[in-house]
Design a protein around this ligand. Structure first.
Ligand SMILES: Nc1ncnc2c1ncn2[C@@H]1O[C@H](COP(=O)(O)OP(=O)(O)OP(=O)(O)O)[C@@H](O)[C@H]1O
Ligand SMILES: [Mg+2]
Length: 257
């Protein structure tokens, strides 16, 4: 197996707070890995460090064997990394299709001249992007919503749309921060089912999920953080039998239904 992502002794300090302390693990190509942990454990901080929002205070992060520590997010997007955020961040008045198209514009160099004069090359590129955007929407069963403004989408579909936008850049590695949070029991299962069946065929996925039932059912492996430290790395079905994991969750909100 080949490691697509290597987290090597990563620490992150915020003033006096150790949000991550010496965290190391690998993610293998094609895996669906769950990053688990109570509130404030450091999960989003780790995503932000991987995705170039800030550099870790210590340690290294490798993508496909290359050191990407501290590279800016646009360079990481070029190298095949995409992510979604814990909060849904869509353009509410734009349609689902336009939101995906905005994703292309954010990640590709702007052709201002072509856009101004509507050159043949520019129009062809727009047509190509639109075709790819529709394909990505179709892959997540969102194509019938292509012309619906994002603000009119139910939360389940709005969250799926954030996944579609990330997928449109054709990443090798996709980081999903709580894709199922806030969704109903049924919607969460559907989100995880689509990630495991459709998204995973295109790229390696690391996702944050609190619900152990969903992690056990859909994920290949789980890494658990608590107070910024890795306390578990193994099969999801072993999570509920691990004393440190059980203690970490009993001290907080429980392990999800
Ligand atoms: N930009 C920041 N500046 C200062 N402190 C931060 C910053 N980002 C995160 N923290 C702190 O780092 C710790 C880890 O936060 P993080 O958001 O990574 O947790 P999390 O595991 O994603 O939690 P949740 O499940 O609530 O999303 C918390 O104590 C948080 O307050
Ligand atoms: Mg978080």
């Amino acid at each position: 197996m080949t490691a697509i992502l290597q987290i090597q002794n990563v620490s992150k300090q915020f003033d006096g707070l150790a949000a991550l302390s010496d965290v190391s693990f690998d993610v293998q190509q094609g895996e669906l890995l769950a990053l688990v942990g109570p509130n404030g454990a450091g999960k989003s901080t780790l995503f932000n460090a991987i995705a170039g929002v800030f550099a870790p205070t210590q340690g290294h992060i490798l993508l496909d064997g290359q050191d990407i520590t501290g590279l800016p997010s646009h360079e990481l997007a070029r190298r095949g990394l995409a992510r979604t955020f814990q909060m849904v961040n869509l353009f509410p008045e734009l349609t689902a299709l336009e939101n995906v198209m905005q994703g292309f514009h954010r990640h590709m160099p702007a052709d201002l001249w072509g856009g101004l004069f509507q050159t043949a090359a520019y129009c062809q590129q727009q047509a190509d992007w639109q075709a790819r955007a529709i394909e990505v929407l179709r892959n997540l069963d969102l194509h019938t919503m292509a012309d619906v403004p994002a603000q009119a989408l139910p939360l389940g579909q709005a969250k799926l749309l954030t996944v579609a936008i990330a997928m449109a850049t054709q990443p090798k590695l996709l980081l999903l921060d709580e894709p199922a949070a806030g969704l109903s029991h049924e919607e969460s299962s559907r989100m995880m089912d689509l990630v495991a069946s459709r998204v995973k065929t295109h790229c390696t996925v690391v996702l944050v999920e609190h619900n152990m039932r969903l992690v056990g059912r859909y994920c290949d492996r789980a890494v658990v953080l608590q107070f910024g430290q890795k306390i578990f790395d193994g099969l999801p079905n072993d999570l509920v039998h691990d004393a440190r994991v059980v203690n970490a969750y009993l001290g907080t909100a429980g392990m999800g239904a």
